[in-house]
Design a protein. Structure first.
Length: 498
């Protein structure tokens, strides 16, 4: 259901407004309340409230009554509502990990939870945007808190470098994105996706070159956020330098928000360009970026001695797999990406949460030797980490396997057989570097210099349990989530079909 411009549908805006309201509330309470557990509970309450509204909107989209506001500029269809739930899940896991580790790391500042909620608000706006200006607003709301969080450990030069590098490169990427908006508006005369689709697909449209350049700059700006090669250089340094609880949030929430926006643009604006000389160039560029990302991410991870940096390159590799879904965005690619992002959020957050329980209080000590013999000293922690790592590697019967099957099928279905074969080959490479950690935990004896009793935390344990259970359930019964994505109404695709 669409409504006239200027008419506000509060239920459509509810998830973002609730998150924003609770961000302000936690910031206010932090002035008077020293109990960080209480603040975490308030933050989780806000996340739960937003999730209730997002789930209601997703159920409505199953019956063909997806809603929107401001004349298709803010959407609450299946794509937006499902990815909003994924963002909320990732934020909740990051809140639990932060509550359980920041005090031990002496980073327990009251602004942590408000910044998480504020950044998540921007992510929700991004996946719900049906307009380039709305998308830019969400992008900046998402990014600014993360710049601060990346430099959260102000006494460590590595963390300061992470924050500064992310800020400078992020500002450059935003500039590219804004330039892309200007060119796209110049070509189509509109900011909203629906009117841009109509303009680009109209007979006699002649601004193909300007539209192509605008799309290329939009792709570059969002490519930075999702860490597509060659825009990935920031990811290993920032993910490694930022405190691990912050990396947990960045690796899942920021990626989900940026891919949600990129999928929407690819399925609508990019798809409406004529498939001739100019229209065919943009998909060709994306094919090269996806192929390079698969190679750089997996081979880079294979060479890393530290687990945290290995997971950083792994995040780049998974951006390549998700790129396959972007190429198939108009042919069930959005549903495949929605499933993959949910699975990735669970298994990647689970690995980082487990990692915080092995590393030192100063957030160091992530070498492979640190995991030697972990199955003897902490069998449940080792088992949980093994499940998440094997799922990231794409081993059945876990969710990561189903996710990779879906995106690879999408690549084959859209004629990108070479990329699909490359993704399969790189998945075999991925098994090697993930298996190194599993082998160390189960088949190596701990050295005398390695601490054998890592710290324990109930909130982190809860996050790990949620991640492991979700990874297993999605792997065994993928239809529970995928059906909601595949059958739900996507408004702009519906409008284009009409």
């Amino acid at each position: 259901m669409t409504v006239p411009e200027g008419f506000i549908v509060w239920s459509v805006l509810a998830p973002a407004l609730i998150l924003f309201g609770f961000a302000l509330l936690t910031l206010l309470l932090a002035v008077f309340q020293q109990d960080r557990g209480f603040l975490a509970g308030v933050a989780l309450t806000g996340i739960a409230g937003a999730a209730v509204f997002a789930f209601h909107l997703l159920m409505e989209a199953q019956h063909g009554v997806a809603e929107s506001g401001f004349g298709l500029r803010y959407l609450a269809d299946a794509h937006a509502s499902a990815l909003t739930l994924v963002i909320l899940l990732g934020t909740a896991l990051a809140v639990l990990v932060g509550q359980g580790t920041l005090e031990r790391m002496r980073l327990d500042h009251p602004e942590y939870f408000p910044l998480l909620l504020l950044s998540a608000t921007g992510g929700v706006v991004m996946v719900s945007a049906g307009d380039l200006i709305t998308l830019l607003l969400g992008l900046e709301i998402l990014s600014l808190p993360v710049y601060v969080l990346a430099a959260w450990r102000s006494d460590l030069r590595q963390s300061q470098e992470a924050g500064l590098k992310y800020f400078l490169l992020g500002a450059f990427a935003s500039a590219l994105f804004i330039y892309g908006i200007a060119l796209t508006y110049g070509a189509g005369g509109h900011f909203d996706y629906a009117n841009l689709m109509a303009a680009f697909s109209a007979s006699g449209f002649e601004a193909n070159l300007v539209a192509l350049l605008g799309g290329a700059f939009l792709l570059a700006g969002l490519g930075f956020k999702v860490a597509l090669a060659p825009f990935h250089q920031w990811a290993p340094d920032v993910y490694t330098g930022a405190p691990t609880p912050v990396t947990t949030f960045m690796s899942v929430v920021v990626k989900t928000a940026a891919f949600g926006a990129l999928l929407r643009i690819a399925a609508t604006v990019f798809a409406s360009l004529e498939p001739g000389v100019f229209g065919g160039l943009l998909p060709g560029v994306l094919v090269v970026l996806v192929g390079a990302t698969l190679i750089v991410g997996n081979l880079g991870a294979l060479l890393q001695p530290g687990v945290k940096r290995m997971l950083s390159y792994s995040a780049v590799a998974h951006a390549g797999y998700l790129g396959l879904a972007v190429l198939a965005a108009g042919d069930r690619g959005m549903a495949a990406a929605g499933f993959y992002l949910a699975a990735y959020t669970l298994m990647n957050a689970g690995v980082f949460a487990a990692l915080t329980q092995v590393m030192d209080d100063d957030d160091r000590g992530d070498g492979i030797d640190r995991f030697a013999g972990l199955a003897r000293s902490r069998p449940w922690l080792a088992a949980a980490m093994a499940v998440c790592l094997l799922s990231l590697a794409g081993i059945p019967p876990f969710a990561g396997f189903i996710g990779k099957v879906l995106v690879i099928q999408g690549a084959f279905g859209t004629g990108h057989g070479f990329l699909a074969a490359l993704a399969i080959l790189m998945s075999i490479v991925a098994v090697v570097y993930y298996a190194r950690v599993v082998v160390a935990m189960y088949f190596r004896e701990p050295s005398g210099a390695v601490r054998t009793q890592p710290s324990r935390s109930r909130p982190v344990g809860a996050a790990i349990a949620i991640a492991v259970i979700g990874t297993i359930v999605l792997g065994i019964a993928p239809g529970l989530w995928y059906t909601l994505l595949d059958r739900g109404q996507n408004l702009l695709v519906f409008v284009a079909a009409r």
